[in-house]
Ligand binder design. Structure first.
Ligand code: NAP
Length: 247
C-alpha cells in the first residue's frame, strides 16, 4: 500500500479512529495533515510519533463545519506540501436523543459537522485534488446511515447524506480519475461502545455475524486500501466494515 509522495488530510485525525487512519497513512509513506478541532495536544503528540519513524506530518486546527476553516486547512496544506491527493473526511460527532426530546440545536450541530463538514472539505479541496494527478476522497459514514437507528435521527440523516454526497461527487470526478468512496463502520471498540451496558452489548453482538466489535485499526486499514493504488477501480462505493451486520 505505497503512498510515498502523496499528501493526505485526515479530518478529526488526532484521536479515535482518525488517529489510526493518520498513523496508517503515514506508515505507508504519505505526508499527513492531522486536522483537529479541540485536541491540540493529541495532534501535536501524533506529529511527534510520526516524525519519530521518519514520517512527515503537520497538525492544523480547523472546525470543518465552517467553510472558511475548511478552506484554510486546504490552503495551509498546499502551501506546506505543494499539493493534496487524499482527503479522509473522518470528523464526526453524536448528540443522541429520541426525536420527541431532540432539540433543533442537536440536529443542526450534528448535520453541520457530519454532513456539511464533508461538503465543505470536498468543495475547498476539489480544484487541488482534481489537478493533482492522483486523487482519492474517502468519507466515513456509519451503519447508522445505512440502517437508521432509534435515537439518532440527526446522526443517521447526516451519515445517509454522506452516502448520497459520495455518489454524486464520484460521478462528477470520475472522468479525472479521482475516486470517491464511503466507509461505513459498524460497532467499533471505542468510547461509544464502552458506554453500552452488558445487555446492550449482548443484543448488538448477537446481530453481528462475526460475533465481535471491530477495531479502529480495521477501519484504518480499509481507508488505506481505498487511498492506495490497489483501490484504483473502486468509486462511488460504500464499503461496510461491520462484521456482517449489514447484509
Ligand atoms: P471520536 O473518538 O469521538 O473522534 C471524533 C473526531 O472528530 C475527533 O478527532 C474530533 O476532533 C473530530 N471532530 C469533531 N468535530 C469536529 C469539527 N467540527 N471539526 C474538526 N474535527 C472535529 O469518534 P470516532 O469513534 O473515532 O469516530 C470517527 C468517525 O467514525 C466519525 O465520523 C464517526 O461518526 C464514525 N463512526 C464511528 C463508529 C464507532 O463505533 N466509533 C461507528 C460508525 C461510524 P477534536 O477532538 O479535536 O475535537
Amino acid at each position: 500500500m505505497d503512498l510515498s509522495n502523496k499528501v493526505a488530510i485526515v479530518t478529526g485525525g488526532a484521536s479515535g479512529i482518525g488517529y489510526h487512519i493518520s498513523l496508517t497513512l503515514a506508515k505507508n509513506g504519505a505526508s499527513v495533515v492531522i486536522n483537529y478541532n479541540s485536541s491540540a495536544e493529541k495532534a501535536n503528540q501524533l506529529v511527534k510519533e510520526i516524525n519519530s519513524f521518519g514520517g512527515n506530518a503537520l497538525a492544523i486546527q480547523a472546525d470543518v463545519s465552517k467553510f472558511k476553516d475548511a478552506q484554510k486547512l486546504v490552503d495551509v496544506t498546499v502551501e506546506t506540501f505543494g499539493t493534496l491527493n487524499i482527503l479522509v473526511n473522518n470528523a464526526g460527532i453524536t448528540a443522541d436523543n429520541l426525536i420527541l426530546r431532540m432539540s433543533e440545536e442537536q440536529f443542526d450541530s450534528v448535520v453541520n459537522t457530519n454532513l456539511k463538514g464533508v461538503w465543505n472539505m470536498i468543495k475547498a479541496s476539489s480544484k487541488t485534488i482534481l489537478k493533482s494527478g492522483y486523487g482519492r476522497i474517502i468519507n466515513i459514514s456509519s451503519v447508522s446511515g445505512v440502517l437508521g437507528n432509534a435515537g439518532q435521527s440527526n446522526y443517521s440523516a447526516a451519515k445517509a447524506g454522506v452516502l448520497g454526497l459520495t455518489k454524486s461527487i464520484a460521478k462528477e470526478f470520475a472522468s479525472r480519475g479521482v475516486t470517491v468512496n464511503a466507509v461505513a463502520p459498524g460497532f467499533i471498540e471505542s468510547d461509544m461502545t464502552d458506554k453500552l451496558n452488558d445487555t446492550q452489548k449482548e443484543t448488538w453482538l448477537s446481530k453481528i455475524p462475526l460475533g465481535r466489535f471491530g477495531t479502529k485499526q480495521e477501519i484504518a486499514d480499509v481507508v488505506c486500501f481505498l487511498a492506495c493504488p490497489l483501490g484504483a477501480y473502486i468509486t462511488g462505493h460504500t464499503l461496510s466494515v461491520d462484521g456482517g451486520l449489514v447484509m
